[in-house]
Design a protein around this ligand. Structure first.
Ligand SMILES: *Cc1c(COP(=O)(O)O)cnc(C)c1O
Length: 377
């Protein structure tokens, strides 16, 4: 079976984990955590990057840093992972789901303004498949209305928008290093902070509400409980695993892009014929090949495609069930405007296997099996 995903692994992980253990520092903020966050800051020109226990916890920290009051509203797409929403629910916010653009599956920037009310505080663009949302428009709207922007860039590590790294454009950016992402530590993430002002509070939230970071910098002579917080530091052993991939980030990126381009070339004729649709990469967006998806005609066509692929040893998977249709989505928010694309497009979309180190024979087989189905029906 060609699996949909394989966790990235370069071979250097064991050695680095051993080093973390030998250094007798396996809790948070050890040598490898520092290496990883410094690398993120330098590579992506981020003012501050804090490694976290997950992409979800990075989102939770970002939501807490937005200083929301109960009943404040957040604008986000319905076509996203539950964590994008639940982080804000935890702060008492109401969710205002808006429709997506069918070409990128990202939130439609032209629908944001109509969803703004006097209670709106935050816009949460999620960069689906590592392809950027239209950030110039989103940032302009945020400035005009005095709103914060939290980028869910869980899938967007190494992607850029007009030269700027995803996750560094909004007030806060959230990365995920989950096993299913391009760079991984099993479970982990990072919070990127654009401005100086919230950094100290972010450090306090991350360290169980204490000013321990200030203490380690020698700014206070003992550390104490000063605010809300939780335990958002990952073990340095996990950071050691991640470091093995960050130091080879370009190689991993190029490898994934090779597979992505191979698929793209193979399926383009079918897209030209109108049999399927392929994802659009807008002008100015450089993506990281996080995902290759195609869109079938409808739900039935997609189910038949997935079954055909499975019968021939290829695991293909669909993606999000729109959050506004889920029980929690209905409880904590509402869809604003018309659901023109979110539901129908989500029912057509299917993702093909794509991971670092994918064998050329395997991707050839994926293409052959897919064409076998798509050209016949
Ligand atoms: C993976 C992902 C998350 C959550 O990241 P975890 O590290 O699994 O907590 C959040 N949002 C999006 C869009 C994701 O793809």
């Amino acid at each position: 079976m060609i699996s949909f995903n394989k966790a990235p692994f370069t071979g250097a992980e064991f050695g680095y984990i051993q080093q973390a253990i030998d250094g007798l520092k396996i809790s948070g903020d050890g040598l490898f955590t520092k290496k990883c966050s410094a690398w993120i800051e330098e590579r992506f020109a981020a003012r501050r990057a804090l490694l976290t226990t997950s992409g979800t916890s990075a989102l939770e920290m970002a939501a807490a840093l937005c200083d929301l009051q109960p009943g404040d509203e957040v604008i986000l797409p319905s076509y996203t992972f539950s964590s994008t929403a639940t982080a804000f629910v935890g702060q008492g916010a109401r969710l205002r789901f808006i429709d997506i653009r069918p070409d990128t599956m990202n939130l439609d920037e032209n629908l944001i303004e109509a969803a703004i009310t006097p209670r709106t505080r935050v816009i949460v663009p999620m960069h689906y498949a590592g392809v950027s949302c239209e950030m110039d428009t989103i940032m302009q709207i945020a400035r005009d209305h005095g709103l914060r922007v939290v980028e869910d860039a869980a899938q967007g590590v190494m992607s850029t928008y007009h030269g700027q790294a995803l996750g560094t454009i909004g007030d806060f950016g959230c990365y995920s290093f989950h096993e299913t992402k391009n760079y991984s530590m099993g479970e982990g993430g990072a919070l990127l902070i654009r401005d100086e002002e919230p950094i100290e509070t972010a450090e306090i939230y991350r360290e169980k509400g204490t000013d321990r970071s200030r203490f380690f910098r020698g700014q206070v002579d003992k550390y104490t409980w000063v605010d809300w917080g939780s335990s958002f530091l990952p073990s340095d052993m996990l950071a050691a695993y991640l470091w093995a991939q960050l130091e080879r980030a370009d190689e991993i990126d190029e490898d994934r892009l090779r597979t992505w381009r191979f698929y793209r070339q193979a399926f383009e004729p079918l897209a030209d014929d109108g049999r399927i649709e392929l994802q659009h990469i807008p002008e100015g967006c450089v993506h990281n090949a996080h995902m290759f998806y195609l869109k079938c005609r409808d739900l039935a066509d997609r189910a038949a495609f997935i079954a055909h692929m499975k019968d021939h040893g290829v695991q293909c998977v669909f993606h999000y069930i729109p959050l506004h249709s889920a029980p929690a989505g209905q409880r904590f928010g509402e869809f604003v405007g018309e659901d023109r694309h979110t539901t129908v497009e989500s029912e057509r979309l299917v993702r093909l296997p794509l991971y670092y180190g994918m064998d050329a024979h395997d991707r050839q087989k994926v293409v052959e099996m897919a064409l076998d189905y798509l050209q016949r029906s």
